[in-house]
Design a binder for this molecule. Structure first.
Ligand code: BES
Ligand code: MN
Ligand code: ZN
Length: 498
């Protein structure tokens, strides 16, 4: 989809030739005098609000068809409450779902006067999100009608940087969604490796894809064990985006890439097992973030690590009771083969040490317990570093991709004791999202570390079953904020060139 940012008054919106004009109406319109408005769009909105026919609460709509003095075939007036990013997102979502099946190709969205960057971002991401249609494995690809979206604001130049960020974010989010939605017989570890390589060529960043032999040589015994029950060869993907001096310590992102999680020998029950194709949501979010990052090219170094494999039951599969030799040197007793995410992540976290990172953030659909704790609204955030946690929380809020900080007290790790190894891969059922994080923490003690449990946020189940592309928005916002801070410091210090 093509987005365009345009300076647009209400009068210009009335003259804009398009299939649908969406007019976002904030609560500040409540006092506006209908009689005073000169142009058809402002008059329509003011009259509707004054008559009480348009509620300015976010998500409320009023439709018009071939309205006099307006070039667009349809007009949708959409309430956006106080005009904040969150309300604009709801307004845009409501308008887009009302337009589903309308075959509109050209859409213009007029933002309320006085809208900030957050509203522009919400309009772009909200539109992209609500118009996404999965077609990759349909025999008749239908439903992807929208081609062009014009975002109308009072001063396009002032919002240009936010608009460019939003456009890149939307593309990264869509990339992650699409990859997550692919069926598990398509989105194999091999395919993830190919997608990473393709992205790295198109967007010019470094990429290495390692196979079973190389991973064995490195000594990732824990990761390798999870892959043993599958006929699909594992992949370890290493991506490097270099936007700053080589000596600048990178941020490392680690994404869980289980392309299908049956549970292994500790097999899962059948209902909803298909949703375990989304168990590579962390990996997809790292790939989507790299796509956006390499398009925006901020002054920052970022490494992306993705351990990818299937978790399958088979004669060769790893078993409860097995002791694994992790890359860190720690031995791990497997008590449940369904707690496989932490077993592939721990070796990637140890591998991350070699980059001498300024921070490491892992992203994983790690525990059903996190879904119980936080539902589908906020991702679980665990961190050994308060500054890193605060930066990630702020980024999540700004990107409308929020997280919630969870605890990491040592007592939560006590259930992971093993009689036969240094650590067991599961504790009890209580606090399951936290014990999982405590397990990872043992392998991430050499740098500031954060863990995002996205089990509840990476996809939606039910009738609208789909990947969400989360937390690409959060990650990108965090990285851009780091680049701004680091960039300013670097410039002052020695005028470092990009
Ligand atoms: N991929 C799952 C986590 C998951 C389950 C995410 C359901 C979303 C919905 C993970 O590999 C897993 O199976 N975790 C187990 C851990 C348990 C065995 C300690 C879980 O959460 O049940
Ligand atoms: Mn599992
Ligand atoms: Zn899993």
């Amino acid at each position: 989809m093509d987005f365009e940012l345009k300076t647009m008054t209400a009068a210009q919106a009335a003259a804009e030739k398009c299939d649908v004009l969406v007019v976002l109406v904030g609560e500040s319109m409540k006092g506006a005098k209908a009689g005073k408005a000169q142009d058809a769009v402002a008059r329509l909105a003011a009259t509707a609000v004054a008559a009480g026919d348009l509620d300015t609460k976010a998500g409320k709509l009023l439709h018009a068809y071939r309205a006099e003095g307006i070039a667009a075939t349809r007009v949708v007036l959409a309430g956006v409450g106080d005009g904040s990013g969150k309300r604009v997102q709801s307004g845009v979502q409501a308008a887009m779902s009302a337009l589903r099946g309308s075959k509109a190709k050209r859409l213009a969205i007029l933002l309320p006067e006085g809208s900030g960057d957050a509203a522009v971002r919400a309009a772009v991401c909200g539109t992209a999100d609500s118009s996404y249609v999965y077609v990759a494995t349909k025999s008749k690809p239908e439903g992807r009608e929208l081609e062009r979206v014009i975002i109308g604001v009072a001063d396009a130049a002032a919002h240009k940087p936010a608009f460019e960020r939003a456009r890149a974010a939307a593309a990264g989010i869509e990339f992650a969604r699409e990859l997550a939605n692919l069926p598990p017989n398509h989105a194999t570890p091999t395919r993830l490796g190919e997608e990473a390589r393709k992205l790295s060529k198109a967007f010019k960043f470094g990429c290495e894809v390692l196979g079973p032999k190389e991973v064995e040589k490195i000594g990732m015994g824990s990761f390798m064990s999870v892959a043993k029950g599958s006929d699909e060869p594992l992949r370890f993907i290493v991506m490097r985006y270099e936007g700053a001096a080589k000596t600048d310590a990178p941020v490392v992102l680690v994404g869980k890439g289980i392309t299908f999680d049956t549970g292994g020998i500790s097999i899962k029950p059948a209902p909803e097992m298909d949703e375990m194709k989304f168990d590579m949501g962390g990996a997809a979010s790292v790939l989507g973030t790299f796509r956006a990052l390499a398009e925006l090219r901020p002054r920052l170094n970022v490494v992306g690590l993705i351990p990818a494999c299937e978790n399958m039951p088979d004669g060769g599969a790893y078993k409860p009771g097995d002791i694994l030799q992790s890359l860190s040197g720690q031995t791990i007793e497997v008590l449940n083969t369904d707690a496989e995410g932490r077993l592939i992540l721990c070796d990637a976290l140890t591998y991350a040490e070699r980059f001498k990172p300024r921070a490491v953030v892992d992203i994983a659909t790690l525990t059903g317990a996190c879904v119980i704790a936080l539902g589908a609204v906020r991702s679980g955030l665990f961190s050994s570093d308060d500054a890193l946690a605060d930066a990630l929380l702020a980024a999540g809020d700004a990107a409308l991709d929020p997280a919630w900080r969870m605890p990491l007290d040592d007592e939560y790790g006590e259930g992971l004791k093993s009689n036969f190894a240094d650590v067991a891969n599961v504790g009890g059922r209580a606090g399951g999202a936290i014990t999982a994080a405590k397990f990872l923490h043992r392998f991430a003690d050499k740098y500031p570390w954060a863990h995002l449990d996205i089990a509840g946020t990476a996809w939606k189940g039910g009738a609208g079953k789909s990947g969400t592309g989360r937390p690409v928005g959060l990650l990108l916002e965090y990285l851009l904020s780091q680049a701004e801070q680091g960039g300013a410091v670097a410039k002052k210090a020695k005028g470092t060139k990009r």
